[in-house]
Design a protein around this ligand. Structure first.
Ligand code: AMP
Ligand code: MG
Length: 389
């Protein structure tokens, strides 16, 4: 059995980065920037006014100046301003040649074609210099999730098409004779498949393209069909059948169907019977069937793998720290991911940590991470956790 950290290293070694594709700016939200992009212009492209007022060559209390024209946003005034003159100007308009300041309109009295500057005009020039926001060639580096603020910046830089990493296609295969899809009538010894649906949502959150395949039954022919349907995907995720029981099809049959295993079993709770390797051109991860194990492994292993495929840094799921509101007993020999609630007083682990209880997983805000053999922890101690919300 290998540690969680070793398993992650092997998973990152199996993950292949994906190609770059170009998408229109409006479709770039939440995608991963795959190549550096650079501004194609200066912003602002000219010295611009930050306020409504008058562009002038000098500012002094009581100064009387002749208004010789107007510069508005999108309608500049392209004649020089000289001493004794002023140009009516508005926010975002080019500052005319010769002007050194904009006197705000509140500091001026207008008298026909003349203005008189008031007793205590502001010091500020109210001029935004050309290129003061960014200049041609200013670069945004690849490897970031593009968010709303980036979209606004790219637009301002006139980057209409954005190079992003292609979304990985992730095939999701539930295995088990006992499973039916939500909405289908279950037989009396059947339950509803839940893991593939939760993982489908997790893949959507990560920016992957999940493909929910038909449930594979616990026999070779059915599993083979599922793998055939998974062809063309970048990552195949099987769920269940990962232990060594008679009906554990993935562990028993996947190798003869083409799965080249890199590792099997990780020293963690929940989620021990995890396997990974390659299947043809795709990477494959075999998750345990217990619903909580499958979701926890989704957060701990699959999410970092998908992020790495998308060109983000290959690193474990980001952790945070918080105080414990209640004591925790000594941990066993495996790394333990404990379902917990994050309250104002700190983290409270749920009483039952059974890996089949989705109702508790649904209420959990956090997975407290316990190192193997971590000693008992008192209330008030700081621990690591993975946020779930
Ligand atoms: P297995 O590893 O196939 O023995 O599955 C372990 C447990 O998880 C069994 O109780 C299965 O019924 C359950 N299980 C397996 N796959 C799923 C699934 N996709 N959704 C919900 N429960 C599942
Ligand atoms: Mg099964």
């Amino acid at each position: 059995m290998i540690s969680v950290a070793e398993a992650l290293d092997q998973l990152f070694a199996l993950a292949r980065p994906l190609e770059v594709e170009t998408v229109p700016l409006l479709q770039a939200h939440r995608r991963i920037l795959a190549q550096d992009v650079a501004a194609t212009r200066d912003q602002p492209p000219f010295d611009g006014s930050a306020m409504d007022g008058y562009a002038v060559t000098e500012v002094a209390p009581g100064l009387r100046l002749k208004v010789i024209g107007e510069s508005a946003a999108g309608h500049g005034f392209y004649h020089p301003v000289k001493s004794g003159e002023a140009v009516r100007i508005f926010t975002g308009a080019p500052v005319p040649e010769g002007a050194t300041a904009v006197v705000i309109q509140e500091d001026v009295t207008r008298d026909g074609d003349w203005i008189i500057i008031g007793d205590s005009p502001e010091d500020n020039t109210h001029i935004r210099p050309a290129g003061g926001d960014f200049k041609v060639g200013d670069t945004i580096c690849a490897g970031r999730v593009i968010g709303p603020n980036d979209i606004a910046l790219f637009a301002s830089m006139n980057i209409a098409d954005v190079p992003v990493t292609r979304r990985p296609v992730v095939a999701l295969i539930s295995t088990g004779d006992e499973l039916v899809m939500p909405g289908e009538p279950p037989g009396r010894d059947q339950i509803i498949a839940s893991n593939t649906l939760g993982l489908h949502a997790l893949m959507q959150d990560l920016g992957a393209e999940p493909r929910l395949l038909p449930i594979a039954r616990d026999n070779e022919a059915s599993l083979k069909t599922a793998f055939e349907l998974a062809q063309g995907s970048d990552l195949i995720i099987t769920i269940g059948g990962a232990s060594v029981g008679d009906h554990d099809v993935v562990a028993n049959l996947a190798p003869q169907l083409g799965f080249e295993q890199s590792f099997y079993k990780v020293a963690m709770r929940p989620g021990k019977p995890l396997m990974a390797g390659r299947f043809g051109d795709a990477m494959m991860i075999g998750l345990p069937g217990n619903p909580v194990s499958a979701m926890v492994c989704g957060h701990v292993f699959v999410a970092p793998v998908v992020r790495a495929m998308l060109g983000l840094k290959a690193q474990p799921a980001p952790r945070r720290t918080a105080l414990l509101a209640q004591a925790l007993p000594q941990n066993g020999p495996r790394e333990h991911y404990m379902r917990a609630r994050l309250t104002d007083a700190g983290l409270v682990a749920f009483g039952s940590q059974d890996s089949s209880l989705l109702s508790i997983m649904g209420q959990a805000d956090a997975l407290i991470v316990r190192a193997p053999k971590d000693g008992p922890r008192a209330a008030g101690e700081t621990v690591d956790y993975l946020p779930l919300r």
